[in-house]
Design a protein around this ligand. Structure first.
Ligand code: PPS
Length: 337
């Protein structure tokens, strides 16, 4: 994919965040950021490599047999992508022991989260250059490899829908998973403690403040959710909640299968649910089988309601005000327990 050519123009700009603001974010605890870019007017903070790839993401061509998963970070992406893969490969679940999740599903954001260079000693870059000796690594190894993937593809992204190709929903089935903002915030904070890419080196109240101020990567949280929620009646969008998956996974799998027009026996649905259970996924991950280079703590608690263990009464009151304010123009209702 070239970053130039006959591309649909971006209906937004991608602007460099000022050094002053970046240093404020660094002193807030976001120590990994030397540079940040921001989409406007949507105000999504992203790593700088997004800047020259924004056209490629916005113009990325989906295909009718794609399955696309869109989530705000820490909302159940890994869990749901494992479910989607399992639904498509129900007779072959043991493959998950051998083939990494990164090779079974594709996280397209990697090109700006961890941009590759041609001289990287990285198997993906080597594979890309051996397949496409003329290929330009800086145009996104993952995007280009995904473009050439024969399919059917399972593609996941944390980019909000308005930053993706406007033809997405008219082209292929898309699943959106939302998780309540309190637990997303707690999970993001803990992830920041173990993340090399987006480390956070301060205390939880500071993180929560940044989250509510829409300053964390991929924010603003509410716009992300609302962009999907307003399209929830589109025949190609299936909107799910993490909390419902926790409460009744078989019920949620049944609805998801109906959306995907797949028929499963009860036994098969149970096998999919077990395959994607927190314990089984965590154990595959720890054995190095699930594809995220083993990050201890990636599968942390997998529960609803952890906010109660992390936040003071004062912080909870501030968060509740923020939720109430942002819920005024929507009928989205989250479960917090
Ligand atoms: S990421 O980093 O954005 O891709 O994270 P994401 O996968 O979206 O979300 C991570 C949180 O989901 C929990 N998780 C699960 N919960 C229940 N069941 C299963 N199978 C499962 N797999 C992952 C994971 O533990 C993170 O939540 P917290 O609250 O931090 O434990």
């Amino acid at each position: 994919m070239s970053s130039t050519g006959n591309l649909r123009p971006l209906p937004f700009t991608v602007d460099r965040v000022s050094d002053k603001e970046v240093s404020r974010l660094r002193s807030w605890g976001f120590s990994g950021h030397a540079e940040i870019v921001r989409t406007n007017p949507s105000r999504v903070n992203l790593p700088p490599a997004y800047s020259h790839l924004a056209h490629a993401y916005y113009n990325f061509e989906f295909r009718p047999d794609d399955l696309v998963l869109v989530t705000y970070p820490r909302s159940g992406t890994t869990w749901t992508s494992e479910i989607l893969w399992a639904m498509r490969n129900v007779g072959l679940l043991e493959q998950a022991e051998e083939i990494t999740s990164g090779d079974r599903t594709t996280f397209i954001d990697m090109d700006f989260l961890m941009p590759s260079r041609a001289d990287d000693d990285n198997p993906k870059v080597k594979e890309f250059l051996s397949l496409f000796p003329e290929g330009r690594v800086e145009d996104g190894v993952v995007l280009q490899m995904t473009k050439w993937h024969k399919g059917p593809r399972i593609i996941k992204t944390h980019l909000q829908i308005d930053l993706l190709n406007p033809d997405l929903l008219d082209t292929c089935k898309t699943v959106y998973v939302a998780r309540n903002p309190k637990d997303v915030c707690v999970s993001l904070f803990h992830h920041g403690k173990i993340s090399k890419m987006d480390p956070f080196e301060s205390e939880f109240p500071d993180y929560a403040e940044a989250f509510m101020a829409d300053q964390v990567l991929f924010g603003p949280y509410w716009d992300h959710i609302k962009q999907a929620w307003k399209r929830k009646n589109h025949a190609n969008l299936h909107f799910m909640f993490y909390e419902d998956m926790k409460l009744d996974i078989l019920g949620e799998l049944t609805k998801l299968a109906r959306f995907l027009q797949l028929d499963f026996t009860e036994e098969q649905l149970k096998a999919i649910s077990d395959h994607a259970s927190f314990g089984r996924m965590k154990s595959r991950h720890e054995r190095g089988a699930s594809g995220h280079n083993h990050t201890p703590g990636f599968f942390r608690k997998g529960q609803t309601g952890d906010w109660g263990n992390a936040a003071s009464g004062e912080l909870t009151a501030a968060m509740d005000r923020w939720i109430a304010h942002n819920s005024q123009d929507t009928d989205i209702v989250f479960k917090y327990k």
